[in-house]
Write a protein that binds this ligand. Structure first.
Ligand code: XMP
Ligand code: MG
Length: 185
């Protein structure tokens, strides 16, 4: 069975068809804009980008290269999601070993859906006494919000539909797509 095809404006992953939501050009333009805003706010603060794995690794890699100044990056692995529905408890699987005291933290998330992941992680971060924390989400689904979280920088607000690409996967596939695709109903 063919599990991958990418013809013009749609892509098939496993058994599902996805259609283009944002092109690579739209994504890259928005990343540059957010990078410029972060540069303005953090240029002399040597911020620590903290990327939530796995989904945010693509966005984090582009975002930190759109940041003009000294910075560091770290990764944290949490899990809350399988298949096409948000489910289960958030758990820290792999943590940040670095000392965060006095650091300016920029949390980088792929997508804020119910807000559970970010809500949990921000609680954890605050206990580690950083100088400041801000949040950047590549995508946000405002209609799906359940947990109150402040997202300081948002790439795009989207409908409450399952999306893939630019780091986001459908059962493992699609993370390498340079644009964003949404599940076709
Ligand atoms: P919560 O509900 O904690 O969800 O805000 C955030 C995490 O859920 C995953 N997620 C998705 N993954 N397409 C995906 O590939 C989606 O449409 C989607 N919605 C949520 C994602 O891992 C995110 O970090
Ligand atoms: Mg994720």
């Amino acid at each position: 069975m063919e599990t991958y095809s990418n013809i013009n404006d749609h892509v098939q992953l496993h058994d599902r068809l996805f259609v283009t939501l944002f092109t690579e050009e739209q994504v890259q333009e928005r990343v540059r804009e957010i990078g410029a805003e972060l540069t303005g706010a953090y240029r002399d603060k040597c911020p620590l980008f903290v990327s939530i794995l796995s989904g945010a690794f693509v966005f984090a890699a582009d975002l930190m290269r759109a940041f003009d100044g000294d910075c560091e990056v770290g990764f944290v692995k949490l899990s809350s999601y399988s298949g096409t529905r948000s489910a289960g408890d958030v758990q820290t699987v792999m943590g940040l070993e670095k000392d965060l005291r006095g650091r300016h933290i920029i949390v980088v998330e792929d997508i804020v859906d119910t807000g559970r992941t970010l809500h949990f992680f921000l609680d954890h971060l605050r206990s580690r006494q950083p100088a400041s924390v801000c949040t950047v989400a590549f995508l946000r689904k405002p209609d799906a919000a359940v947990f109150p979280v402040q997202v300081d920088y948002v790439g795009f607000d989207i409908e409450d539909r399952f999306v893939v690409g630019y780091g986001l996967d459908y059962d493992g596939l699609g993370r390498n797509l340079p644009g964003v695709f949404q599940l076709s109903e």
